[in-house]
Design a protein around this ligand. Structure first.
Ligand code: EPU
Length: 416
């Protein structure tokens, strides 16, 4: 199995560009199934989850052309409502195939999605919504949904991200009006709705927590550019801060990072917004601890909690973490402790980190996409050599991270 060997303890410098967002492109790929016409997607990140999602589209009958960070997809006719189990269970986002295939074909059957082991990851809200739209749902060794006809309904998404996306995908081609209350506010949910609207859907309230969808009979082809990955941007900013480096992060949607900037002000990270770049400046003083409470957008994203955790090892005082969204997102702290972090896991949702501590290289294991990137940051901060195992998780969500970080001066090698 491949691993990263990182010799840390050095400052970084230079520029790094942010890729298109993983959690934005995957539902957009599913949305292309809702039309027989050609769709074009640009700013496509070259990551494993995208490669696997494209394989799913091809297995369903889509024609896909790839060129220079762009994908052209045409699903003139779909040949099956059952995507391959192994690909579906390689990622979590495959759950949105249910809504897209239900909308296009009136039925879908998928294996249980896999992805990160970060918590229970229920889908009750997705299935309840499908039922309200008129579908029959069966949960056995697979999940099946089918409907003669979908009709608009009043739905409640409890801010679930893929839940909202799934219900939007199912509702756009249904008859009548659907209202989704407490829709998730994440920018990638809005990006999906914008793309669907450019395909001819009638969704209003985009970016707000009540979405109203007037069903239409047909959607047409459209083009969209994937929004910048706010989790990647935040992770690079934390890498710069934790290594006390000056770095320019290019292609940032500043408006998506309010919660990060708010914490940076509190913790003493000096930064500057310059056009669509984020400059992290060399700090003059020690960083300070803070309370890190994750929440629904625009609060601090749970996906940024682990990289903030490694940054907290470099801050003076006790940083308290409360991540209520997933019950398995603190495992990276056990790895950080092997590197010398003074961290205490209080329960599955809460931890305390006392800093500053000097981290030292060790052999550590990536547990999921975000903890993987976090350990890369930790290894670059730490003195000495670290070996990171389980890097297939990192490749699912971060494009050629080793190559890109080497350009900033990091000593990181991929060893097979
Ligand atoms: N929930 C329910 N019932 C449901 C659905 C969710 O109780 O039917 C609960 C969950 O248990 C959790 C909360 O609602 O406590 C939020 O879950 P949500 O459904 O919003 O998460 P998700 O859609 O499965 C997406 C991202 C995650 C990210 C979360 C929260 C994708 C593919 N995944 O997951 O991203 O952590 O939203 O922002 O969009 C990652 O990229 O590393 C990642 C895990």
């Amino acid at each position: 199995m491949a691993k990263f060997v990182i010799t840390g303890g050095k400052k970084l410098s230079g520029k790094i560009a942010v890729s298109g967002a993983k959690n934005a492109i995957l539902p957009i790929l599913a949305a292309t199934l809702l039309t027989g016409e050609k769709c074009r997607i640009t700013n496509v990140p070259d990551i494993l989850d995208v490669k696997n999602f494209v394989k799913i589209l091809i297995a369903l009958g889509a024609k896909v052309e790839t060129a220079d960070r762009a994908l052209s997809i045409q699903s003139r006719q779909l040949k099956t409502h059952r995507p391959p189990d192994n690909l579906v269970s390689s990622m979590r986002a495959s759950i949105v195939l249910l809504g897209a295939l239900l909308g296009r074909l009136g039925r879908a059957e998928i294996a249980y999605p896999g992805g990160d082991l970060i918590g229970k990851r229920p889908i009750d809200l997705h299935l309840q919504g499908f039922r309200k739209l008129g579908a029959t749902v069966r949960e056995e060794t697979t999940i099946s949904v089918s409907a003669q006809k979908l009709a608009g309904a009043e739905l409640f998404a409890e801010s679930s991200v893929t839940g909202t996306e799934n219900l939007v995908l199912a509702a756009v081609l249904s008859a009548g009006r659907t209202v989704i209350k407490l829709a998730a506010l994440e920018p990638h949910v809005a990006a999906l709705c914008d793309f669907l609207n450019s395909m001819g859907a009638k969704i209003s309230g985009v970016g707000e927590n009540i979405l109203t969808i007037e069903g239409v009979k047909k959607l047409h082809g459209a083009e969209t550019a994937v929004i910048p990955d706010m989790i990647e941007a935040g992770s690079f900013a934390l890498l710069a801060a934790a290594t006390r480096s000056e770095m320019e992060i290019v292609g940032v949607a500043h408006g998506h990072l309010d919660a990060v900037y708010h914490k940076f002000d509190e913790m003493g990270v000096k930064f500057e917004k310059r056009g669509n770049s984020l400059l992290i400046l060399t700090p003059k003083n020690e960083y300070q601890s803070a309370i890190l409470r994750t929440g629904l957008y625009p609060n601090l994203a749970t996906d940024l909690q682990p990289p903030f955790g490694v940054f907290a090892t470099q801050c003076r005082g006790i940083t308290r973490i409360h991540d209520w969204i997933w019950e398995g997102r603190l495992g990276y702290l056990s790895e950080l402790k092997k590197m010398g972090a003074d961290a205490r896991i209080i329960d599955t949702h809460q931890a305390e980190i006392k800093g500053p501590t000097k981290l030292a290289g060790n052999t550590i294991r990536s547990l999921d996409i975000r903890s993987g990137m976090t350990l890369v940051i930790a290894a670059i901060v730490a003195a000495g050599v670290s070996e990171i195992e389980g890097i297939q998780h990192i490749d699912r969500g971060y494009e050629q991270i080793d190559v890109r970080l080497r350009e900033l001066g990091a000593d990181i090698k991929r060893v097979n």
